[in-house]
Design a binder for this molecule. Structure first.
Ligand SMILES: Nc1nc2c(ncn2[C@@H]2O[C@H](COP(=O)(O)OP(=O)(O)O)[C@@H](O)[C@H]2O)c(=O)[nH]1
Ligand SMILES: [Mg+2]
Length: 175
């Protein structure tokens, strides 16, 4: 099971739609997710798909009810929202210390990189206190710079979702 988490309006739904291959243009608008959205994401050859569950940022206090069986988390941070980044770091920390998430893989996704007024990668990581998180985390953290709007970083994220081990078990499941 793969979850997509992150603060409200960090661009989770946009990013998932983009991964799912939905048409996105200026007129696309998303409704702030109060509940759960499910997305079916295909690998780059289109042979395999997995379901990703987006849980709305307003549900952060009850995220923990969804942690069983989770193997991967895409954690989306809006790099253009200076006020939100440090709060996003605190929320991330609360995930990292949950015993059920000790062995998950986390894609730390710095999103909305198309915006000129975004924070740069290094500044964002600094505000997130990334070096400390990394030191204390038992999880494997991978950083992505993405934009649901421009498509930047989407294929890298797809390849992370379908890493070799995941692909192999998908192939076995199909046999
Ligand atoms: N410029 C820009 N805006 C984005 C991007 N992703 C989302 N947005 C905007 O941010 C708002 C919230 O996006 P949404 O995907 O609903 O966020 P969620 O609450 O995390 O699911 C929307 O109004 C989008 O137009 C992005 O990559 N770049
Ligand atoms: Mg949403």
């Amino acid at each position: 099971m793969c979850l997509c988490l992150g603060p409200i309006k960090s661009g989770k739904t946009f990013l998932m739609k983009r991964l799912q291959g939905d048409e996105i243009d200026d007129a696309t608008h998303t409704v702030s997710t109060n509940g759960i959205n499910l997305f079916t994401i295909k690998n780059n050859t289109g042979e395999f798909d997995i379901i990703i569950k987006e849980i709305g940022g307003s549900m952060a206090p009850i995220w923990k009810h969804y942690f069983d069986m989770v193997r991967k988390i895409i954690y989306v941070v809006d790099a253009s929202n200076l006020c939100q980044i440090s709060a996003a770091g605190v929320l991330l920390y609360s995930l990292l210390v949950d015993p059920r998430l000790r062995n998950v893989k986390i894609a730390l996704t710095l999103n909305k990189m198309d915006l000129s007024y975004r924070q740069m990668r290094n500044e964002t990581l600094l505000i997130l206190q990334y070096s400390r998180l990394q030191k204390e985390a038992t999880q494997e953290l991978t950083i992505f710079e993405t934009s649901g709007m421009s498509g930047q970083g989407i294929e890298e994220l797809r390849n992370w979702i379908f890493d070799p081990a995941t692909l192999k078990s998908a192939i076995n499941a199909n046999k």
